[in-house]
Design a protein around this ligand. Structure first.
Ligand code: PLP
Length: 400
């Protein structure tokens, strides 16, 4: 059966700009293109009543099948998954303790994390832990954490260790997951892995993680949602937070049904075809800027080994060139939003994973246009710092 695809483009009706996303699965842009199977499942469930615990039981089976976990549940997002997993590690299935959070009196309430893992995904990850009432105990320095530091940190107050897998964390000098698991097992401390943006749905659990957390709306192309997968008692304790601090992180029937559909669709996706399409797009973009000496291009592998490559554009000369170029792409028609975490190193990246038909070609044209006019005063001649300040000021003035 062919999935139904919604035929209309809602931007005009809503009065918002259409943007081309070459940044990646970014929350600020609407995360990813939802798969047709997901859209269909969401539309099908929305008008109906369903017993949510039963639907979550069905989700648990789908998550178990996709990840190899004993059990799983769906929550509002990966960030919520971190919070309810940490809360569950403190309270277990004790309803009174669940209702008492963030008061943790009488509970083990310390969460260990390597300092180099404390990233910011448009919100600081430590806050997702702290809002449960848990205290964070960091180990190591940004660029070095050691097994002996972890072992020394495991006292009777420790409820869990949080391990973060992300391009945003420090990529070297950290204790590997399997070593964290080995050490934490000796103290009976569960290891919770935040793998929000990862495409490996089974590897962290098979490496011994007690819980692995994924975003439903990133690589899976689902509804906004989060997946908590792992050992049954810990997943149950995380799920029961819906009667406590998890209430404000509630997922509805549409998020649960959409996530089940995304997991089913994931199993059927043609990875080879997706890779080939990415490579085609990257070549197109690379050729578009090849004639311009001030721009050096490089294909870069994903830092956490997802099967994704991106095109890095590194600019010679003027230290504001990358920021100016990116700002001009974002201000153009249509706006093209790039992956901008390396602007201070005078480069940015183009991610090929979220394009509608025809958009790769539009991006290639826009690249060529901007490369042609590079050197002209762009973006008001502002420095990267000024551009960032202006962008922050715009956010702080919302809704103006
Ligand atoms: C994106 C991301 C999150 C947040 O995911 P949401 O599902 O949007 O809450 C958390 N952790 C990491 C490592 C991420 O990359």
């Amino acid at each position: 059966m062919q999935p139904r695809v919604l035929p209309t483009d809602p931007h005009d009706k809503l009065g918002v700009r259409r943007v081309i996303n070459v940044a990646g699965n970014m929350t600020s842009l609407g995360a990813s293109i939802a798969k047709p199977e997901v859209i269909e499942a969401v539309a099908d469930i929305l008008p109906h009543f369903v017993e949510i615990d039963d639907l979550q039981r069905r989700a648990s089976q789908a998550i178990a099948k996709a990840t190899g976990a004993e059990a799983g549940c769906v929550t509002a997002c990966a960030s919520a998954g971190v919070s309810i997993s940490v809360a569950g590690a403190m309270t277990g299935a004790n309803l009174a303790a669940i209702e008492a959070l963030p008061d943790t009196a009488g509970l083990r309430d310390t969460v260990i994390v390597q300092l180099g893992h404390l990233c910011h995904y448009s919100a600081p990850i430590d806050q997702a832990v702290r809002l449960t009432g848990a205290r964070l105990r960091t180990i190591g320095s940004v660029n070095e954490a050691r097994p002996d530091q972890l072992a020394a940190a495991l006292d009777e107050n420790v409820a869990a260790m949080l391990f973060v897998v992300s391009h945003q964390t420090m990529q070297h000098g950290q204790i590997p997951l399997s070593e964290c698991v080995r050490i934490c097992r000796t103290a009976n401390v569960p290891v919770i892995v935040d793998a929000a943006a990862e495409m490996d749905l089974s590897g962290f659990l098979s490496d011994g993680a007690d819980i692995a957390i994924y975003s439903a709306h990133k690589a899976l192309g689902g509804m906004t949602g989060g997946i908590v997968a792992g050992k049954t008692p810990l997943v149950r304790a995380a799920y029961l937070q819906n009667a406590g601090i998890g209430r404000g992180m509630k997922v509805g029937k549409e998020g649960i049904a959409g996530t089940i559909a995304a997991l089913d669709a994931w199993a059927k996706r043609d990875r080879d075809a997706e890779w080939a399409a990415q490579q085609h797009t990257l070549t197109l973009w690379r050729e578009a800027v090849a004639p311009y000496n001030a721009i050096k291009t490089q294909l870069v592998d994903d830092p956490t080994d997802n099967p994704i490559q991106r095109l890095r554009l590194a600019f010679q000369g003027d230290s504001n060139a990358a920021a100016t170029f990116a700002a001009r792409l974002a201000q153009g028609d249509p706006p093209v939003i790039v992956r901008d975490e390396f602007l201070d190193r005078n480069c940015f990246e183009l991610d090929p994973c979220n394009l509608h038909p025809g958009e790769a070609e539009i991006v290639a044209e826009r690249l060529q246009q901007e490369a042609e006019s590079a050197g002209e005063a762009g973006a008001g001649g502002q420095t990267l710092t000024e551009l960032r300040q202006a962008s922050l000021a715009r956010r702080l003035a919302w809704p103006d």
